[in-house]
Design a protein around this ligand. Structure first.
Ligand code: UD1
Length: 419
């Protein structure tokens, strides 16, 4: 298993091009199953999760070819409606093939998903939405068996709480359903509007995506389209926080500040100067030590749970005491003990972590536990004294494109150690 060796204490200067959003790319890739014509996607990040979904799509009969960051997908014929355990268990987003397969083929058998170990993460809302659209759903030996032999129909779906995956899954299934589907209490993450844009380019009729009520009027078929995946807001925020820890000045290109929601003003309050440029954002640390700051994770436009771990790493050396409340996932503080190994003073009580900023962290061997937690260890290491060895880098390869290359070109001492 590869490791990352990082020697801290070097400020970051230079430019980093932000990649397309992983969480959007995976959903628009699943959308390719809805049409027998080609879907061309631009700005697709080359990540382990993308490769994993391509393997699953290939098993359903989808032809795929990459040229740079452009991915051409063609689901002319669906050869199998089975999504096997081995291909779904590693990544939760794979579960989103269920809706499209059901909508197009009238039946699908999809393994219950895996993904990062950050909580229970059930799929009950996904299944209830499909049932409301007329599917029969049964669970058998870890598989969801769904059937809708005469097609799905429109439905009124009011989610009891906000779910990104369930909102996307419902949209993916509803585009080919008969009649109108109304999704209430929809997630408003930027990736939702991105998926709607892609589906509309394919001929779907979706309005309101990005707001709390989304309306989908079913159409008979979708056609060929091109779509550019939006920038990765989590990668954007992570590199901003790297500046917060390491110091220096970074220009992040091909991204936008508004994608960050509440994270942008929060980062500014800690002492980062953030400027919008024509092509992205420029970030500079304005004080020697950042100020402590309290945050609560919330659905978009609140502070994203996917930036919580990185924020904790940044607060580990801020001046003062910060509290970090995680309201989305119940088991998402696994990075706290790892950061503590580097000298951070963190105590966790239920859904709240209290971080007492120390002057400096010390390099140590640490273990990446999930995708975003891994990035928090990298960020902490960039400011720590001496060498940090981050084990289990495969988590990072799932979600951060060319991480060590992007950081090294800005002056970080970071190296992959192959094993
Ligand atoms: C997506 C993102 C993930 C991000 C999360 C929240 C992808 C591939 N992943 O995950 O990076 O952290 O949004 O912004 O896009 N829940 C249920 N039942 C359901 C569905 C969800 O109880 O049927 C719960 C989850 O356990 C969690 C909460 O709802 O506690 C929110 O989860 P959700 O928004 O669905 O996250 P994902 O789509 O899995």
């Amino acid at each position: 298993m590869d490791k990352l060796a990082i020697i801290g204490g070097r400020p970051l200067f230079g430019e980093i091009a932000i990649s397309g959003a992983k969480n959007s790319a995976l959903k628009v890739m699943a959308a390719s199953l809805l049409s027998d014509e080609a879907l061309t996607l631009h700005n697709v990040p080359r990540l382990a999760d993308v490769d994993m979904l391509l393997r699953l799509l290939a098993q359903h009969g989808v032809d795929a070819s990459f040229e740079g960051s452009t991915l051409r997908l063609n689901a002319k014929t669906i050869t199998s409606t089975l999504a096997p355990y081995d291909l779904v268990r590693k990544m939760r987003a794979s579960f989103n093939v269920l809706g499209p397969l059901l909508a197009r083929e009238g039946a699908a058998k999809v393994s219950l998903p895996g993904g990062c170990a950050i909580g229970a993460r059930p799929v009950d809302l996904h299944l209830k939405a499909l049932e409301a659209m007329g599917a029969s759903v049964a669970l058998d030996e870890g598989y969801v068996i769904a059937e809708a032999p005469s097609g799905l129909h429109g439905a009124e779906i009011a989610f009891p709480f906000v779910s990104v995956g369930a909102t996307e899954h419902t949209m993916l299934a509803a585009v080919l359903a008969r009649g109108e589907t109304v999704i209430e209490n929809a997630a408003r993450e930027p990736e939702i509007a991105d998926l709607a844009d892609c589906l509309n380019a394919m001929g779907a009729d979706i309005s309101g995506a990005g707001g709390t009520t989304i309306r989908v009027t079913g159409v008979d078929r979708l056609h060929t389209a091109e779509h550019r995946v939006l920038p990765d807001r989590i990668e954007t925020g992570a590199y901003m926080m790297a500046v917060g820890v390491a110091g220096g000045e970074l220009t992040l290109t091909e991204t936008r500040g508004e994608l960050l929601g509440a994270a942008l003003p929060a980062l500014e309050e800690t002492g980062l100067h953030i400027e919008e440029t024509e092509t992205g954002l420029r970030i500079r640390k304005t004080t020697d030590r950042l100020h402590a700051m309290d945050i609560v994770t919330e659905p978009f436009p609140g502070f994203p749970t996917d930036l919580q771990a990185q924020f904790m790493a940044m607060m580990a050396t801020a001046e003062g005491v910060s509290t970090i409340k995680e309201t989305i996932f119940e088991n998402r503080f696994m990075h706290a003990p790892e950061l503590s190994r580097m000298g951070a003073q963190i105590s966790v009580d239920g859904e709240t972590a209290t971080v007492r900023g120390v002057e400096r962290l010390k390099g140590a061997p640490v273990m990446a536990t999930d995708l975003r937690a891994s990035m928090s260890l990298v960020i902490a290491a960039l400011g720590a004294e001496g060498q940090t060895m981050v084990n289990r880098v495969y988590h990072l390869d799932r979600g951060f494109e060319r991480l060590e290359e992007k950081l090294a070109q800005c002056g970080a001492l970071i190296e992959r150690v192959k094993e």
